[in-house]
Design a protein around this ligand. Structure first.
Ligand SMILES: [Zn+2]
Length: 240
């Protein structure tokens, strides 16, 4: 696959060992155009970058080399990992995002993403459960790549994990309320999966539940734990 090199100046001066690469983080650009995104990711004023950018026709750009730490994740947590830039590769997908007109990811764009991911998984032995959304590792600040990102389809190609519940049965449990003791169980499942709970602030809690829903239950993103969410969380946490 041909990948065009347009280097960004935004990365840590000190190179990293390839052994540190353990995560793939998927983003959307959330800007009006591809051109604007490319300019921002490559301008030294912006202080942001990623290793790859993939446009809607599937054209891929290399912005930062894998042994350099790009600035894509920001303040983030996953399991015992903190500030995931040093341990991850960031992949940006061109999409206007929730602010400017969120659209479906294009077939060609996903095709290129799959190719790049497969290559990185093989090269750095990335675990399935370490292929994540920006919103998973920074749920209080981020929504990308959002609920239109096809996690289920990618999981079928061994990129990321997905639950093994029957979707027709699952749907029956949507909006079904659960007792508060099960809320604690849900949180424990999410913690096992990797989500980070820093304090008991209700607003933060709702955002973490929404991040989980954006990834695993995109049909209803309301920040409320229902029985369907609980069943999915239990199923996923068993796979970790
Ligand atoms: Zn992002």
């Amino acid at each position: 696959m041909k990948i065009k090199k347009i280097y960004s100046p935004n990365f840590e001066k000190k190179k990293r060992s390839y052994k540190l690469i353990k995560f793939l983080i998927i983003h959307y650009t959330g800007m009006q155009s591809e051109r604007e995104s490319l300019i921002r990711l490559c301008s030294s004023n912006s202080k942001v970058s990623s290793h790859f950018l993939i446009n809607q026709s599937g054209k891929a750009y290399r912005l930062v080399e894998d042994n350099q730490i790009a600035w894509h994740a920001g303040k983030s947590h996953w399991g015992k990992y903190k500030n995931l830039n040093q341990n991850s590769i960031g992949i940006e997908l061109v999409n206007k995002g929730h602010k400017f007109g969120y659209t479906n990811f294009k077939r060609q764009q996903l095709y290129s993403l799959i190719k790049i991911c497969k290559n990185l998984i093989r090269k750095y032995k990335i675990k399935k459960q370490n292929i994540l959304a920006h919103s998973d590792i920074a749920p209080l600040r981020k929504m990308d790549p959002g609920e239109k990102f096809p996690w289920k389809e990618l999981a079928h190609k061994k990129i990321g994990i997905w639950h093994s519940c029957n979707t027709k049965i699952l749907k029956k449990f949507r909006k079904i309320r659960i007792y508060s003791k099960f809320k604690l169980e849900f949180i424990n499942h999410l913690k096992k999966i990797g989500y980070f709970f820093d304090n008991k602030k209700k607003a933060n809690f709702v955002k973490i539940v929404k991040a989980f829903q954006r990834h695993y239950r995109k049909e209803l993103i309301n920040g409320i734990i229902d029985k369907e969410c609980l069943i999915i969380a239990k199923n996923i946490s068993k796979k970790i």
